[in-house]
Design a protein around this ligand. Structure first.
Ligand code: APR
Length: 321
């Protein structure tokens, strides 16, 4: 079987870590594209020179020429500004939308058969814009948000309960913004409902609820917490790792179930928008959206998050994009 070709558009912090992870995991040959001259070439040379010690034999190409992206099987887009302290993801809309438009036109031209994972923020709007400009089929375009949001939620739960994070299954739905919906009822530790474990720990229902509420809020604001500490940019290790899990499921047709920003065609009562929902990822991209049954309260929270996504998309239309 020929090696897969994976192109990364945007060779900044997220793009650099993505390239290194793809090489180390030997998922395929990598092309790292950026508009900054020499920088992607420098990063790729640096990564390639670690191949002997890391034991990978993968072609890693840095470029400023979209021609090198030709024929990619998978494209991961990280181009765009990251947040600075005090900014919301939505504040990035105007600048990143202009960048995404150019990127989408070029991906359409050079990798028309690829599957695309978008990481650039504000995520839900950038995925929509990519789809609109490229005209790609909806199953071939998705955004990375839920894998990271649920991994953050799982991390906080593991710390709180003193269990391995590997045994925590956490679920987060909705847009990749402050309205995201961590779903406590669908979150468990090796099948055991998380609230039962918290209530047993505290022997007090109200206290358990208070602790969970704090973890839910921390999850919603987790990206901002990192931005505040870094001061010069936003999270890059965990977004890159989360996208690699998605990429792997697509490249190896693993059919893993992940919360991803996927196109909804009536599922969850939403039509025509990209929203974070659990989906099966395989060789055909988003192969199936899985519908959870939601309580009235959970549905109201999801609707609120969908409305935030819709208003971002409206803002983009007002900008003529
Ligand atoms: N085409 C390609 N790359 C571009 C373009 C463009 N038109 N415009 C900017 N870039 C590149 C920049 O040169 C930079 O190297 O995108 C890269 C972005 O890298 P960083 O500034 O380091 O940002 P990073 O932390 O990687 O985040 C990238 O991912 O998580 C999101 O919110 C985050 O939108 C941001 C994106």
């Amino acid at each position: 079987m020929p090696r897969k070709k994976i192109s990364i558009i945007g060779g900044g912090q997220v793009g650099g870590v993505l390239t290194q992870l793809i090489a180390q995991k030997q998922l395929g040959d990598v092309v790292l594209f950026d508009i900054v001259e020499d920088m992607p070439q420098g990063k790729c040379l640096d990564i390639a020179e670690a191949s002997r010690v890391d034991g990978f034999d993968i072609k890693v190409t840095g470029t400023n020429d979209y021609k090198d992206v030709d024929g990619s099987d998978l494209v991961i887009i990280t181009a765009g500004l990251p947040r600075k302290p005090g900014m919301s993801r939505d504040d990035l809309l105007t600048t990143n939308a202009q960048i995404m438009k150019t990127v989408a036109e070029n991906v359409k031209k050079h990798a028309p058969n690829s599957i695309v994972i978008v990481i650039s923020n504000p995520l839900d709007a950038m995925v929509t814009l990519f789809k609109n400009v490229s005209g790609f089929k909806t199953n071939k375009v998705m955004g990375q948000a839920g894998v990271l949001d649920s991994s953050r939620f799982a991390t906080f739960i593991a710390w709180e309960l003193g269990v391995s994070v590997k045994d925590v299954n956490a679920m987060v739905l909705g847009g990749h913004g402050d309205t995201m919906v961590p779903l406590v009822r669908y979150t468990n530790v090796f099948g055991m409902p998380v609230m039962e474990l918290l209530e047993r720990k505290y022997k007090d229902k109200a206290k358990a609820e208070e602790v969970m509420k704090a973890m839910v809020e921390r999850t919603k604001m987790a990206g901002g917490e990192v931005v505040k500490l870094l001061k010069t940019g936003s999270a890059f290790y965990s977004p890159a790792s989360s996208s690699i899990a998605m990429a792997q499921s697509i490249l190896f047709d693993e059919k893993r179930v992940f919360p991803v920003c996927a196109y909804l065609d009536g599922e969850y009562g939403v039509k025509g928008y990209f929203v974070g929902v659990p989906a099966v990822l395989g060789a055909n991209g988003v192969e199936k959206v899985l519908e959870l049954s939601l309580s009235d309260e959970e549905k109201a929270l999801l609707d609120n998050s969908v409305n935030a996504v819709k208003s971002l998309v409206e803002d983009m239309k007002r900008l003529g994009l």
